[in-house]
Design a protein around this ligand. Structure first.
Ligand code: HEC
Length: 216
């Protein structure tokens, strides 16, 4: 058993350098012969730590409970705005290409407009969910007239009158045809909803789509 005084003495010895000028490196606090090393954290470190605690006390309520916007939300908002602007430009350009149609399909506003028109004009034959009725299933991987966005746009615009698919271009206008294509591409394609008709046309997707895209 070491007394407090002995510990202090030992501490002084342990701490003193060869010249004896250095202050002791042990605190003088001992328990069961184990001495405490006197090594406080640097002031700048402690203060940095305190600042992070204060910062978190302000940050957490503001960003997670209050009106502060998290980075992910901000990003999603910016992305939506970007897609909206892209879609607007794509619509106004009058140009029709895979890229323009893909930009429209990525924009929620354009897809929503297409969705409304689909319900009034197309659901009767293609089903409310695009699963097919009189007209073919638009959600499976099979397409009679090709599965690229340009193919779909062309069929909606020009129709297949001899088979009962109306040419919608003259009736609804160029903008509506693009919005409908955006809806078919953005909301129906690939959803694989079971319908009353079996697969019609050729399978598109996987390797076949890859070849088609690469060949464009
Ligand atoms: C009167 C029924 C009818 C209506 C209404 C109709 N379609 Fe069709 N649609 C068809 C039929 C039938 C076909 C298949 C044509 C064929 O066999 O060549 C078809 C084919 C299509 C295809 C091509 C499918 C493929 O496999 O290549 C698309 C895309 C399409 N319709 C979209 C639309 C959209 C969008 C609307 C609404 C603006 C619409 N259709 C309204 C009957 C209809």
């Amino acid at each position: 058993m070491i007394t407090e005084d002995q510990a202090k003495e030992q501490a002084a010895q342990a701490g003193a350098g060869p010249a004896g000028a250095e202050p002791p490196l042990v605190s003088g606090h001992a328990y069961d012969g184990i001495q405490e090393y006197d090594n406080p954290l640097p002031g700048w470190w402690v203060w940095t730590f305190v600042v992070t605690i204060v910062f978190s006390a302000l940050y957490l309520p503001y960003y997670h409970l209050g009106e502060g916007q998290l980075v992910a939300d901000e990003y999603a908002q910016d992305l939506a705005l970007h897609q909206e602007l892209e879609a607007k430009r794509a619509l106004e350009s009058g140009e029709v290409s895979e890229q323009v149609l893909a930009a429209l399909a990525a924009d929620a506003g354009t897809v929503a407009k297409g969705a409304a028109m689909f319900q009034t004009n197309c659901a009767l034959c293609h089903g409310a969910g695009g699963e097919g009725k009189i007209g073919p299933n638009l959600t499976d991987g099979f397409w009679i007239h090709g599965g690229t966005l340009l193919d779909i746009h062309r069929v909606i615009e020009k129709g297949v009158p001899e088979k009962g698919m109306v040419p919608w271009g003259p009736q609804l206008g160029a903008e509506a045809v693009k919005q409908l294509t955006a809806f078919v591409a953005g909301e129906l394609m690939g959803k694989d909803r079971p319908g009353p008709l079996g697969p019609q046309g050729d399978p598109v997707g996987g390797a076949a789509a890859g070849v088609e895209r690469a060949g464009q």
